[in-house]
Design a protein around this ligand. Sequence first.
Ligand code: NAP
Length: 285
Amino acid sequence: MAAGTLDGTALARQVREEVAKGVAAHQAAGGGVPGLATVLVGDDPASEVYVRNKRRQCVQAGMLDLHRRLPATAGQAEVAELIDELAADPAVSGILLQLPLPAHLDAQALIERIPAAKDVDGLTTASAGLLAQGRPGLRPCTPAGVMRMLDAYDVLLTGANAVVVGRSVLVGQPMSRLLLQRDATVTVCHSRTRDLAEVCRRADILVVAAGKPGIIGADAVAPGATVIDVGIHRGPDGLLGDVDAGPVAEVAGLLSPVPGGVGPMTIAMLLANTLAAATAADPRN
Ligand code: NAP
């Protein structure tokens, strides 16, 4: 039987509507308009598209688009100065430094200048530390979107065997921590894992973020498992994930498609984080 679909497009729409309502309520209560400062350095075409989408959705949710742009030639000090300015600006609820940056810049040093309270991408070591300790904070958008998806489809997390393929700072590590916090039993796989398929077959919930198209086949999936495909690759016939979707759909219970799965959830969670940052920064709270 074919797996059910975890519809990220529909769920992201719902999240965006909730955020828009939250923004209106925040304003009606005298809280001001949340503002998102996307920072784009240079002219990488893919980054231009991502930033344009983020800005558009930010405006559609009723938030201020406080976009800033610097040329590819901008130096470390110039970008640092801009981030410091945004960090000090009370109109800015959230700062998103679009990655990758031009190679001459030290991205991590620049990310670290973003205060945790405005770190809507959840990528500073301060935000990672709050997550590691299970304390409140802004969580990285992609894993937060996956959690929202699992909850929306009532996937049981407590006591479930969850396997995360990938241990990146952006996806795999925060994903494993979020699942652990919800009482799943978590295994993290990486490029040195022996017999990946055997480990993945133990999963009730399998989250794949390896960045390798089709790395997970039907032999790596237990019957009825929930499979979340985080991977995105541009193939000759359109977008592909890390999961070999056709055969896996014959085995899995639920599967997130690519496109239309985790991708749309990521930007929706960025908006949710921006509203959360604005709410937390409101001195009346
Ligand atoms: P990344 O930084 O390249 O990390 C990939 C991880 O996968 C690493 O931990 C690596 O292990 C592991 N890995 C690589 N080959 C493996 C193998 N053969 N077996 C097991 N593990 C393996 O990638 P990322 O930033 O986490 O992104 C992963 C994928 O998600 C990419 O396709 C990316 O485009 C996509 N993505 C999508 C969204 C979205 O919004 N949908 C957001 C972010 C990323 P080592 O640590 O040992 O090298």
